[in-house]
Design a protein around this ligand. Structure first.
Ligand SMILES: [Zn+2]
Length: 342
């Protein structure tokens, strides 16, 4: 995923340099709302004026609500994060990519029982033809209300936020950027298998989100899915990306809040009821991610993402930067939304 501005992290200077460089190449077609709100791809130094404050402090708001269904097993979810990283890089065309794809299919078949590969190819202009697979599975296909939950499972081939040039061409481990969202969805699938929600749940794991290096070669699985949906159009979609940071805290993503504020409301209401301090009030940055192709296909789609992650697109994006507690925070909130949906 990519964003319009960035103001934290150890790679700030490097990032801003790259941001300006990329700004010219930023795919405007993927920025349906970027130019109207005074925050354009070139506005790296503008302040958004966003006020950040917690929804509630843990002491002020002890959790009063509970999460339906069996407990989210944070230890198991974290083991799934580690397992993905242990497969190695999940760049299309690599051995780690193929092994991870097969394992995801197997894991989702243990719960949903109907997991499928959605294979497609993409010719990189001036580069290789990539073979990729979205992995899809669903619960309660017959239910009237359908919710799509998604994350990307591939990893970036280039650690382009590294300062040292000799590291920039290496693939990232992708513990947070890739594995975290998938780990939460695999564990949620176990919950849904153990206790069926009232609504239908469509799980889609996107390939090719992070190929890059620029936006025209990114979000490839989501773009393919938007044009070739495996399932009927859902009532809304929730994307999980970079939600494993052990210092998790984030605001509503700006494009999500422009297109589907009511879905953000559902999520933040659930977070508040659970006393989850990771969900901050206010609207944050504009981040182009897999939710944009879904939005462009007419699906209400939000992105839950914590972009304040110093190891972003570096070789330091490893499991020790993530935590089981963060996976559980997201898993519990999303589960509450799903189980309480009619
Ligand atoms: Zn990324």
């Amino acid at each position: 995923m990519r964003e319009v501005r960035h103001n934290v992290g150890m790679h700030r200077a490097n990032f801003l340099f790259r941001l300006r460089r990329h700004a010219v190449m930023f795919p405007l077609a993927l920025l349906p709302f970027a130019l109207g709100g005074g925050c354009s791809p070139g506005s790296a130094d503008n302040s958004t004026g966003v006020v950040t404050s917690p929804v509630a402090s843990p002491s002020a708001s002890a959790p009063t609500a509970s999460v339906p269904g069996p407990a989210f097993n944070a230890t198991r979810a974290f083991a799934d994060l580690e397992k993905q990283v242990a497969f190695g890089t999940r760049v299309p065309g690599t051995e780690g990519h193929a092994k991870t794809r097969d394992w995801l299919l197997e894991e989702l078949n243990k719960t949903a029982g109907n997991a499928k590969r959605q294979d497609f190819t993409y010719k990189v202009p001036g580069g290789p033809t990539l073979s990729m697979s979205n992995i899809v599975a669903r619960f309660n296909p017959e239910a009237k209300t359908q919710i799509l939950l998604c994350a990307h499972w591939d990893t970036r081939p280039t650690a382009d936020q590294e300062i040292e040039p000799d590291k920039q061409n290496k693939p990232i481990p992708g513990a947070n950027d890739g594995a975290s969202g998938v780990a939460v969805l695999l564990e949620l699938a176990r919950k849904f298998a153990a206790q069926k929600p009232n609504v239908g749940v469509q799980i889609v794991l996107f390939d090719g989100e992070d190929y890059g290096p620029t936006g025209d070669n990114m979000y490839l699985g989501a773009k393919h899915y938007a044009k070739n949906p495996a399932f009927p159009k859902p009532d809304y979609a929730i994307l999980l990306d970079m939600i494993g940071d052990r210092e998790l805290s984030f605001q509503r993503e700006a494009y999500s809040d422009m297109q589907a504020p009511e879905i953000n409301d559902k999520v933040w209401d659930a977070a508040e009821a659970l006393g989850r301090k990771e969900f901050l009030s206010g609207v944050g940055r504009q981040i182009t991610d897999d939710h944009i192709p879904l939005q462009e296909a007419g699906i209400k789609a939000i992105d839950l993402i914590d972009f304040d992650y110093a190891p972003w697109h570096t070789l330091d994006d490893t499991p020790d930067k993530c935590s089981p507690a963060s996976l559980k925070a997201i898993g519990d909130v999303v589960a509450k939304v799903v189980y309480e949906e009619k």
